[in-house]
Each structure stands twice: as structure tokens, then as C-alpha cells.
Design a protein around this ligand. Structure first.
Ligand code: AMP
Ligand code: ZN
Ligand code: ZN
Length: 407
């Protein structure tokens, strides 16, 4: 008899875990993915963040999360939701050129951003909707385009003017089902911390104010979820990359090294994609190699494997990667924008400490009170599928690398 009681007591938590208080089978918790663009892994150390602290205390935080290369918004947000490296999504930069179609992509070009031809792979909202769940995206790179001919049940066209509170209210209403059928998976996106970093630098009062504002938004989200009876929910707060301070004298002036007339297509970022005019690749490579200081120059096929970038046709013949804190630009650009150069930026090597991103999670399926070591953002797609009980599409991540986050 004693043995039976023991077994019953041992089984009790399992049985309780499968049913709600009315004896109904317990539903899989919903999942909310929140991105604070450019929120460096160590920003919580910059100031008081009581709401983040409470979130982390009841959940789990990573020392840092490794973004994909290049450490820019479009490649990174899209790799998070597909579990694929940029060479497998085709979203290799914020601005790019496709030699196959002859078209250009720029993040501020609406037509390009909403053209599914730029986006490879299967984003998580398609995976979940194909398996009978509902998704709602309050801005996420890719969700404005009908990828695989499909979009989330609810989605919003990116609008930087929409207040952060309105973004939260809308997503909470989707999760609560105020607008009809409730969603199982939702995303939120905030650019304010990235903006403050670029405009004022990471040593500024503005970045402190932005981190504090982000913290208040976490408090607001928490209150709104509670008031709206959303029920059990797993929340992941992530960023897409870190941020590094720039210095006005740390410049690599490209037209002092090569002839701009020999270039067919170029995009300037800490990672500079250079497509030389026909027959000029070897000469430009040689000129850049001879003066290789504070940057590295690669032919596409020689890009290090660790970047997982070279196997896509949108990567130009030559790729120049600045060392932190150097910027690659031209004399003309300096003359025109001398007083408007960014104070801090990102895009550099995704292994650099300054480029590491933020990750914290809280909810019924996450361990509580733990800090885990660095892992790659590429694993989040598999993790999200596991949390939602859906079958992931083929991807570059592995669930084993992030299992430590889970109970
Ligand atoms: P980055 O400098 O690479 O971090 O890019 C950040 C900028 O990307 C933000 O300030 C936004 O203006 C922009 N952005 C983010 N999501 C979108 C989107 N879905 N469509 C267009 N622009 C976006
Ligand atoms: Zn970004
Ligand atoms: Zn940025």
C-alpha cells in the first residue's frame, strides 16, 4: 500500500501537468518573441533595469548570444526566424544586389522589402500556420512579404512612428483573441535602442535613457498580458546584434586605395561588399591586399567558413571587413556627412565581443534563475518549434545547443 501511495505521489505532478483546473487537457503555452534592435548583451549592466531583472530572475538569461554575420538587422532577424545562415536565406546584408535578377535590395525600399524573391527558407510563422496554429507579427523582417505565398494571420507593415505601447497593445489583443481567433505565436520589434546607439553612442546619456525606456516597456508588456488574461505564455527577449563606439579619426578612405571608377556595385558598412567592373577583380584585390591595415580583404571564395556567407550568389567578388572601431567610406561621403557620421555602429565580425546580442526568456517551459553560456541565434528557430510543439523545417541550428534553457 505504501508503495502505491508513493507511486501516486510521484505521478501526481505529471498528471497535474497535463490538465488545467477544470480537468481539461492543458494547452501548449503561447510564445512571444520580442526584439530590441541593437541591444548589446551587456546593456543591463549600464543602468537600473528593475523589469528586466524581475524577468530574468524568474527565467533564464544568456551571458550573450552570437549573431550571424554580417551583424546587421535584416540578416539577423531573418536568420532567427528561419534557423538558417545568411548564405542559405539569401538575406546577406541590409543592402544588396542580385546578379541573377539585376535587382537591388535596400532596407528602406518598400517594394524590395515586400518582395518574397529576396527571402529564402521558411520563417517560423509559416511553419506554425502550416501546422494549424496562428501567428501574428508586429514587425519582423520578412513578415511583410508573402514568402512561400503565405503570411501570418495578422501582420503589420513596418512603421517606425507607431508608439511602442500601441505595438504592445496590438500584440496583446492578438494573443488574447480580442480580434477574433487568438494567435499561438507573436512577435514584437522595437528599434529605439539601436537608434540611440547609432545617434549618440554607447557612452551617452541617450543610450542609458533608451535602455531604461526598454525596461519600462517590459513592465508595460507584463501588465498588459496579465490584465488581458492571455494565459500561460513563454516569452523570449532577443536582440539582433551589439554595438561598437566609433572614432572620427579611425577611417579607411577607400578612394585613397582604389579607383572608384573600377567598381560596378558597392555597399558601405563595416562590411563592404565590392563588385568590381569586368576584369578588374584581381587588380582591386591586389591594391586592397597591399594596404590591408585595420581591415581584411577577401575574395568571396576565401571568406572564412565560420561566417557561413560565401555560398550565395549575392555576395560580391570582394568583401572587405573593417576591424572594430574602423569605418570604411569615401572622401565624398566624409565631405557631405562630416557632422552626421554615426557615433556607434555594428556589422563587424560576429565573433567580436562588442557584436554579441542579448537573450533572456521567461515562462512555463524555461528554467528559472539560471544564466547560461553564449550560444548562436541560429538555434532559436528549432527552440521555438519545440516550445510550440511544431515540426521545424530543415535548418542550420541544433536543439541540443539550447536545451539547457528548458525545464
Ligand atoms: P540596423 O542599422 O542594421 O540595425 O537597422 C536598423 C533599422 O532597420 C531600424 O532603425 C529600422 O528603421 C529598420 N527596420 C527594421 N525592421 C524593418 C522592416 N521590417 N522594414 C524596413 N525597415 C526596417
Ligand atoms: Zn539591428
Ligand atoms: Zn543599427
Amino acid at each position: 500500500m505504501k508503495v502505491r501511495i508513493t507511486i501516486l505521489i510521484l505521478l501526481l505532478p505529471l498528471v497535474l501537468g497535463c490538465a488545467d483546473e477544470n480537468g481539461q487537457p492543458e494547452k501548449t503555452p503561447k510564445l512571444l518573441l520580442v526584439s530590441f534592435d541593437g541591444f548589446r548583451y551587456d546593456y543591463l549592466e549600464f543602468t537600473d533595469t528593475p523589469n528586466f531583472d524581475a524577468f530574468v530572475r524568474g527565467g533564464v538569461m544568456a551571458e550573450s548570444m552570437r549573431p550571424v554575420f554580417p551583424t546587421k538587422t535584416f540578416p539577423n532577424h531573418y536568420s532567427i526566424v528561419t534557423g538558417l545562415y545568411p548564405e542559405n536565406t539569401g538575406l546577406i546584408a541590409n543592402n544588396m544586389y542580385d546578379p541573377q535578377t539585376g535587382e537591388e535590395f535596400h532596407l528602406y525600399d518598400r517594394e524590395a522589402v515586400e518582395d518574397p524573391g529576396w527571402y529564402g527558407g521558411e520563417p517560423i510563422w509559416n511553419t506554425v500556420e502550416q501546422q494549424g496554429l496562428k501567428a501574428g507579427t508586429m514587425f519582423w523582417v520578412g513578415s511583410e512579404a508573402p514568402i512561400q505565398g503565405q503570411q501570418p494571420t495578422y501582420w503589420k507593415r513596418y512603421d517606425g512612428e507607431m508608439s511602442e505601447e500601441a505595438r504592445i497593445d496590438t500584440v496583446v489583443s492578438w494573443l488574447a483573441g480580442d480580434t477574433g481567433e487568438s494567435v499561438d505565436f507573436a512577435t514584437l520589434y522595437f528599434e529605439l535602442v539601436d537608434d540611440a546607439g547609432h545617434d549618440h553612442g554607447i557612452e551617452s546619456d541617450s543610450i542609458i535613457a533608451a535602455i531604461q525606456r526598454a525596461d519600462r516597456l517590459i513592465g508595460y508588456l507584463d501588465r498588459r498580458l496579465e490584465e488581458s488574461n492571455v494565459g500561460p505564455i513563454n516569452i523570449m527577449i532577443v536582440s539582433d546584434h551589439g554595438m561598437a563606439e566609433l572614432y572620427g579619426d579611425k577611417l579607411i578612405v577607400l578612394d585613397q586605395i582604389i579607383n572608384p571608377g573600377d567598381i560596378e556595385w558597392i555597399t558601405f558598412q563595416p562590411v563592404t561588399f565590392i563588385q568590381p567592373t569586368k576584369g578588374k577583380t584581381d587588380e582591386i584585390y591586389r591594391q586592397l591586399k597591399e594596404r590591408e591595415e585595420h581591415y581584411r580583404i577577401y575574395r568571396r571564395q576565401d571568406l572564412p567558413e565560420k561566417y557561413h556567407l560565401k555560398n550565395h550568389r549575392r555576395v560580391t567578388d570582394l568583401v572587405m571587413i573593417a576591424d572594430i572601431p574602423y569605418t570604411i567610406l569615401t572622401t565624398d561621403f566624409i565631405d557631405r556627412f562630416r557632422n552626421h557620421l554615426p557615433t556607434a555602429t555594428h556589422g563587424y565580425d560576429n565573433f567580436a565581443p562588442e557584436m554579441q546580442a542579448f537573450f533572456a526568456a521567461n515562462g512555463p517551459d524555461f528554467v528559472s534563475g539560471d544564466t547560461v553560456g553564449n550560444f548562436q541565434s541560429i538555434h532559436l528557430y528549432g527552440l521555438m518549434n519545440m516550445l510550440l510543439g511544431t515540426e521545424p523545417a530543415e535548418n542550420d541550428g541544433s536543439i541540443d545547443s539550447v536545451r539547457v534553457l528548458l525545464k
